[in-house]
Design a protein around this ligand. Structure first.
Ligand code: KG4
Ligand code: ZN
Length: 342
């Protein structure tokens, strides 16, 4: 008998629901929240309100697109955390309500586990190369930057992580300083294509061997822009492409360098990327190039599964369900990664 799993993701500013049949993705519906754009970042209170408006149509949309009705769902997976508490409460309460009403089991998922297992999202009749265990994942998103050794679907080791800002946050802060709006990554990526990546040099941080730090880079951009605009008021508008290209080049160089160190240290050559920043065109290119030199098997994520989505929560939930995990209805959402055993 097959297992129909409904997955719900609401950890930040995207409301998403997906339906999977025996671990194969049938639908993945997203509602992105436009409301935050004018504030230059996600406003938690507005995010939870928007999740409340979006969640029912998004779940209905996922069922409809897959051609199923709610009574055919066998198990419900949801993001327990980490993320914004008010946002997580909406998804987890909805999932719990469904589980009670349908009398179906509930599986809680760590959002980061979803990102790590996103290379295993497959659609019907899709032939896909998937990584062999153990593999290394460079998990780069707006909230997290980690290098993780994934030993099996349920066993992980974090080898290094950021001691301050995440890589996505660095892109977002850069875009904010340049007045490019939110989220910053996609627009910095786009402008960087037109610029010279070697025009400006930004200082690289000195941290632990596999750790990251991006707050100094942001500060060095801030001082650089302040000094340059003192001399030329139009400095930013006249050099926007080169600034974006040079900043992006520095971030990507740091990420790829640490990934290569982790691969060397562990001897693991199965390499994946995940999280919103893995959509970055230069990062993808540089990982492919370095991988070709070092004989890695690289698995770049499909663009549509790089940013937050319920499909990845579905695949992680599916593995957890098969391994016998289930959540009780009194399990509360957890906003911080350290609250998880993972
Ligand atoms: O994984 P995600 O959707 O949400 C979190 O869990 O944080 O990642 C969002 C982050 C944002 O910081 C956004 O600026 C960044 O991913 N991002 C990018 C690109 N597309 C999205 N960063 C660099 N280049 C991109 N093309
Ligand atoms: Zn995420």
């Amino acid at each position: 008998m097959s297992i129909i799993l409904l997955a719900i993701e609401s950890s930040c500013d995207d409301t998403s629901a997906a339906l999977l049949k025996d671990g194969v993705l049938l639908s993945n519906i997203m509602a992105s929240q436009e409301v935050h754009k004018k504030y230059g970042g996600v406003v938690p209170e507005l995010a939870s309100r928007a999740h409340q408006q979006n969640i029912l149509p998004v779940v209905e949309g996922a069922l409809k697109e897959a051609g199923y009705n709610i009574t055919q769902v066998d198990v419900i997976a949801y993001t327990r955390g980490p993320g914004l508490l008010g946002s997580l409460i909406v998804g987890s309460s909805f999932a719990k309500g469904l589980s009670l009403a349908l009398n179906k089991p509930l599986v809680d998922v760590n959002h980061l586990q979803g990102h790590l297992l996103s290379p295993f999202i497959v659609e019907p009749n899709q032939q896909k190369r998937v990584p062999q265990f153990p593999y290394l994942s460079l998990l780069v998103s707006g909230g997290h930057t980690q290098i993780v050794l994934v030993n099996s679907p349920l066993e992980y080791e974090v080898l290094g992580k950021t001691i301050d800002d995440a890589a996505g946050e660095a892109f977002d802060k850069c875009a904010k300083l340049l007045n490019l709006g939110y989220p910053g990554g996609p627009v910095v990526d786009k402008y960087a294509k037109e610029g010279n990546p070697l025009k400006y040099k930004f200082a690289k941080p000195v941290v632990g061997e596999l750790d990251f730090s991006f707050s100094g880079l942001k500060t060095s951009l801030l001082y650089f822009l302040r000094d340059q605009t003192k001399e030329n008021q139009n400095f930013i508008s006249e050099n926007i492409y080169d600034i974006c290209a040079s900043f992006q080049y520095t971030v990507v160089d740091i990420l790829v360098d640490k990934l290569a160190r982790a691969a060397k240290k562990t001897g693991v050559k199965e390499i994946t990327l995940s999280g919103g920043v893995s959509a970055n065109s230069l990062l993808r290119k540089k990982v492919e190039e370095r991988g070709a030199k070092l004989n890695w098997n690289t698995y770049l994520p499909d663009f549509k599964f790089t940013t937050d989505n319920a499909a990845m929560i579905g695949i992680a939930g599916y593995y957890r369900y098969l391994a016998g995990y289930s959540a009780t209805h009194d399990l509360s959402p957890a906003s911080r990664a350290k609250e998880f055993s993972l």
